[in-house]
Design a protein around this ligand. Structure first.
Ligand SMILES: [Zn+2]
Length: 356
């Protein structure tokens, strides 16, 4: 009887040990970011609880048993299947970021800005989190960063450096040429029917996310709700470290009285010599051109040659293929039917860009 009790007690210790071990793995990135912000957290559970209880109270009560364990084994499998794919696609431009991001994320994991990431210190607003969605089948081992433009309350009263090296902006846009600092996140335009750009970009992001997941792509939802406290620098840096490409969704506030169609923001000549743009601008433009081709293939109206060069914060800080796609303007229809068709075009463009 005594022996049986001891065995049971030992098994209990083992189980506790295993589950806390697993929990550490799943949330390691999250804890890291908490630690770097407070600089004082000492244990995993202490570092994690304040954030979860603030934003996701329901998760605190989850038993640390089968659900957490399930995520861990899924993680391990993902890591294993991703490696050969990376080796097999040597000419693929997505190879570099995928290799520099060895962390494996769980489905629905919140991802915060890690203060140790390159350019993270340039961000002014970064208390919010992006959310990872993982495809359940036909997995391609590619993470698409989907950035629903705007939607950061207070974003227009904070400023960030236009360029990581502090140099002046070379073109106009929402911030004028010559400025060294830009609005951290602008408010966005308003459609003729009164809809806000941020609500339409979120709807578009959700539709695109579901299409990407069905096609086997993982999706990093940079903004997963009506508001995320992440400025343009933070959004870009998170994508740089977690995703294989970064696509921000916008409609143009041009004041025109007709729908001028879709286009992508290409890289202006003035910043092509500045790092990290110099090393990546060809990828940015190639991704943008591929998205516009995809939209054209779905019969979407394209503005002029399909691109307009603007010096954007997103472009200036991106170390992965990264593009701002403008899906129309205030006159554009933004019904689900139209957004679905545009999302299909973007999906085709992404497939063509990655070649799978
Ligand atoms: Zn916009």
């Amino acid at each position: 009887m005594k022996k049986r009790l001891m065995v049971l007690a030992f098994a209990g210790v083992l189980a506790v040990g295993l589950s806390s071990c697993g929990k550490k793995e799943v949330s390691s990135n999250h804890v890291q970011s908490v630690t770097s912000e407070t600089g004082a957290e000492t244990s995993i559970s202490e570092g994690e609880t304040p954030d979860l209880s603030e934003e996701q109270p329901e998760q605190v009560e989850l038993p640390e048993s089968e659900e957490v364990q399930g995520d861990i084994s899924q993680n391990t499998e993902d890591t294993q299947t991703q490696e050969p794919e990376q080796e097999a696609t040597q000419d693929n431009s997505s190879q570099e970021p995928a290799q520099s991001a060895p962390v494996s994320y769980a489905d629905r994991q919140e991802i915060y800005l890690d203060g140790s990431w390159q350019y993270a210190d340039h961000s002014a607003i970064h208390s919010g989190a992006a959310v990872m969605y993982k495809a359940s089948g036909n997995r391609k081992g590619i993470v698409v960063g989907v950035n629903a433009g705007h939607g950061t309350s207070g974003g227009s009263s904070a400023k960030t450096l236009c360029h990581p090296d502090g140099s002046a902006k070379t073109t106009g846009g929402s911030t004028e040429a010559g400025a060294t600092k830009a609005t951290a996140v602008s408010g966005g335009m308003t459609f003729n029917d009164g809809a806000t750009e941020s609500s339409v970009t979120l709807r578009m992001a959700e539709i695109l996310r579901d299409k990407l997941l069905a096609a086997g792509y993982d999706v990093l939802m940079v903004r997963d709700g009506s508001d995320v406290q992440l400025d343009n620098v933070a959004r870009t840096v998170i994508c740089n470290n977690v995703a294989d490409c970064h696509i921000s969704l916008h409609w143009d506030g041009d004041g025109l009285s007709y729908d001028k169609g879709c286009f992508y923001i290409s890289v202006p000549d003035g910043i092509k010599g500045m790092e990290p743009v110099a090393s990546h601008w060809k990828q940015h433009n190639a991704l943008g051109a591929s998205l516009v081709d995809g939209l054209r293939g779905q019969g979407c109206k394209i503005n002029g040659g399909g691109s307009m060069s603007i010096d954007l914060t997103q472009t200036s800080y991106s170390t992965i293929p990264s593009v701002d796609i403008e899906l129309g303007n205030a006159c554009s229809d933004h019904s689900d039917g139209t957004l679905n068709n545009q999302a299909e075009g973007l999906l085709q463009g992404i497939k063509n860009y990655f070649g799978k």
